[in-house]
Design a protein around this ligand. Structure first.
Ligand code: SF4
Length: 292
């Protein structure tokens, strides 16, 4: 099977069979994101998708496949009846698969009727990864997310009502200087309202060619320091109320690795942040194109 372009998937899908049902991201306007800029969005033809599944089923690793991730950027944009065809074929070819997942924008989730989401759950869609990025409408407007915090929260509640797990990603430092408090508090409010099964933060990294990179170069956006990122995280943890949410900051971009369950492990995670700040022990992440 040949993938088209670079394929991204959540860290927790590292062992999953990845099937591209779309190429690129239908939204593709977020000003910090460079993941799909080189791809012209399209939904792949059903014959191509099914051929990929059949090829994977013939491989010698087929019996080891337990999870399937539907790529690229927002597979939920695909019509429900087509997703159901794909999920049914996955079940036929890989009866041992316990979970199928995909990225999904809040817009895609809100567009689908609840009966569609329930049908997708019954057909095997177990979790949707939602890139919320922030809970603050001004920041969401600035990054061209084209969705409000209220809509993201409603999308999360809708998935929950339909029995599909949600994993929400936020971005530390996304508000820049002057918006640390509002970003932290709005993220805490959003997660509290959604009470997702999983939540995580990446740290803002900027790549040449993105509008936000240009904003930094021209001085229109000022990035915050690692100490301020930790302050922001502390404020988030002190204000979030989302019992049972599995929380992680273990992406390569995070300065301090946190892992725990909200709300029980908040005190231990705050202690870890204090310790990191006192000793200035931050992980360093460097990648071509990043400004730091
Ligand atoms: S952040 Fe997500 S929705 Fe926005 S352009 Fe990138 S892949 Fe698309």
């Amino acid at each position: 099977m040949e993938y088209e372009g670079i394929v991204y998937r959540p860290p927790s899908e590292a062992r999953s069979l990845i099937i591209q049902v779309t190429i690129g991201c239908a939204h593709n306007t977020c000003t910090f994101c460079n993941m799909y800029k080189a791809k012209q969005f399209r939904i792949r033809r059903m014959e191509e998708i099914l051929a990929d599944l059949e090829e994977a089923a013939k491989s010698r690793y087929a019996s080891w496949i337990e999870r399937v991730f539907l790529a690229d950027g927002d597979a939920l944009v695909v019509k429900t009846e087509d997703l159901l065809t794909i999920l049914a074929r996955i079940r036929e070819l890989f009866p041992q698969v316990s979970r199928v997942s995909s990225y999904g924008t809040a817009q895609d989730i809100l567009r689908k009727p609840e009966e569609d989401l329930r049908a997708l759950r019954d057909a095997g869609l177990g979790i949707v990864y939602v890139g919320a990025e922030s809970g603050d409408n001004e920041i969401l407007r600035y990054i061209h997310k084209d969705v409000t915090a209220e809509e993201i929260a409603e999308a999360g509640r809708k998935l929950k009502r339909c029995g599909i797990q949600t994993s929400v990603t936020l971005i530390s430092g996304l508000g820049g200087r002057g918006r640390v408090t509002r970003h932290a508090l709005s993220c805490a409010r959003l997660i509290s309202e959604m009470n997702p099964e999983y939540a995580s933060f990446l740290t803002l990294r900027l790549y040449e060619g993105t509008p936000m990179y240009d904003d930094v170069v021209s001085g229109r956006f000022e990035r915050i320091t690692p100490d301020e990122i930790v302050d922001e995280m502390e404020l988030f943890l002190k204000n979030v109320d989302s019992p049972g949410t599995v929380f992680r900051t273990n992406h390569a971009s995070n300065y301090v690795v946190l892992a725990g369950t909200l709300n029980d492990d908040i005190p231990a995670m705050l202690e870890k942040l204090e310790e990191a700040k006192r000793t200035h022990r931050y992980r360093v992440f460097r990648e071509t194109g990043d400004l730091l």
